[in-house]
Design a protein around this ligand. Structure first.
Ligand code: PMP
Length: 446
């Protein structure tokens, strides 16, 4: 009997296996992020360089996870590493402005079309939380419209509508008041217009620029532009969540690609060169709702308050400046997009040749494999996100044991340092992984 995918995974990773019970003693389910839970145990990583990373057992991977899509420049890019090394001995934080923060903010304003003003925060989730508060504070209204299955972080206002069934928040422990302040809609401009025309309590509309989960549920053509038109017409704040698309879709993010200017956008991941951090950027008039005027009445009762110990700390400002100076040329994005297209094309050929009911899609430097249909046309978010757990896990592990790693689900992202040789080597692994899945009955010809 040939070795199963799971047996190969266990055989190759004795150190990760040994560490897992110890992780479980310290962390609920043994992890620090829900998405890292893996059956029978997650890999423990050791180091990364460029498009590759290595686990504690010394296994090498061509990486399509890239720090949850934060590493457009690849792991440990020399300029980012050098920036961090230079900043390290200067002190980690002052809780006061630093000159590199100003440079970082100016870079954001120069690159991102809507960015007339910026506030740095400590994560993508903090960015969406602040953006929602700004929208509420600016309009004096309470409700935020969001789309089924879009991900905006894990805070209370981001949880309603993230997972099917969309009427039920994706976590317990969310106050009903938070749930009631969010309206979850399927991505349909007619429904948005209906709500905007009839509900006078809408503060803003938040949209994951790529479509849900870095584009695994693509938006209809023209959708984001349509949201811009409707939010403008009805005078509500458009928040474009560019935590994934920012600096990746183009140096100016999705908004530059589409030629639209949202009122606010949220940024993280690539913003810092792959360290912790995020930002809200937007129109001056809207962002000014955070500003203090010195008038005690205004400052205490009429403005949006915002804090955060590690906002714009010197280490992240340094790596952010290094990353954004490279990202600004657009070369990394072009290379990543070209390699993603080569990978998607190669994957489609493999799927066609092996005659399995699956399909490959994805914009910019992302790719998604859907197991269950030859096209995703007409499939809704619930269906697209319902690839059975054993298939997702089997696919990822069949690739891992062949030296390739994905992000999560059946998706991945590329960097500007992936090469044609990386793609071709990966395609061999994909081919063999699908054969292994066929052999185990995880997928069938058809
Ligand atoms: N928005 C989007 C579109 C994201 O993809 C993510 C993270 N994957 C977030 C917000 C939250 O960012 P963070 O994990 O840095 O809090």
């Amino acid at each position: 009997m040939a070795e199963t995918i799971r047996e190969a995974y266990v055989r190759r990773n004795p150190k990760s296996a040994e560490l897992y019970p110890k992780f479980r003693e310290v962390f609920p389910t043994g992890v620090s992020h829900d998405m890292r839970v893996t059956d029978p145990f997650p890999l423990v990583l050791a180091h990364g360089q460029g498009a590759r990373k290595w686990d504690v057992d010394g296994n090498e991977y061509i990486d399509y996870g890239l720090g949850s899509a934060s590493l457009l420049l690849g792991h440990a890019h020399p300029a980012v590493v050098q920036a961090l090394i230079s900043a390290a001995p200067q002190g980690s934080h002052f809780g006061q402005p630093v000159a590199t923060e100003l440079e970082w903010g100016e870079r954001v304003c120069n690159l991102i079309p809507c960015a007339e003003k910026v506030r740095f925060v400590a994560s993508g989730a903090e960015a969406t939380m602040l953006a929602m508060r700004i929208a509420r504070g600016y309009t004096g209204k309470e409700k935020i419209v969001r789309w089924e299955s879009h991900y905006h972080g894990w805070h209370d206002y981001a949880m309603p509508g993230t997972l099917p069934p969309f009427g039920q928040p994706a976590s317990i422990g969310i106050p009903q008041g938070a749930v009631d302040s969010v309206i979850v809609l399927p991505p349909d401009l007619h429904q948005l217009e209906h709500v905007l025309a009839n509900d006078p309590t809408i503060a803003g509309v938040i949209t994951e620029g790529s479509g849900a989960s870095y584009g695994s549920v693509p938006l209809p053509p023209g959708f984001v532009t349509g949201v811009r038109e409707l939010t403008q017409r009805y005078g509500v704040v458009m928040i474009l969540d560019e935590v994934i698309t920012g600096f990746r879709w183009s140096p100016g993010g999705l908004q530059q690609t589409l030629g639209i200017v949202p009122d606010l956008c949220t940024l993280a991941k690539i913003l810092t060169g792959g360290l912790p951090g995020g930002a809200v950027a937007g129109r001056d008039e809207v962002m000014q709702v955070i500003a203090q005027t010195g008038d005690p009445e205004h400052d205490r009762f009429q403005r949006v308050s915002h804090g955060g110990t590690f906002n714009a700390n010197p280490y992240c400002a340094a790596t952010g400046n290094a990353a954004l100076s490279i990202v600004a040329t657009g070369e990394m994005q072009s290379q990543a997009d070209r390699m993603a297209e080569r990978l998607r094309q190669g994957l489609r050929e493999i799927i066609n040749r092996q005659e399995i009911p699956a399909c490959v899609y994805g914009e910019a430097s992302t790719f998604h494999v859907y197991f269950g249909a030859r096209s995703i046309a007409g499939l809704d978010a619930t269906t697209l996100k319902s690839i059975p757990g054993p298939v997702q896990n089997g696919f990822r592990q069949a690739l891992q044991v062949r030296g390739v790693d994905l992000m999560s689900r059946c998706s991945g992202v590329l960097s500007g340092v992936h090469t044609p040789a990386d793609i071709d080597q990966s395609l061999e692994a994909f081919d063999a992984a699908i054969q292994a899945m066929l052999a185990e009955g995880l997928v069938q010809h058809g």
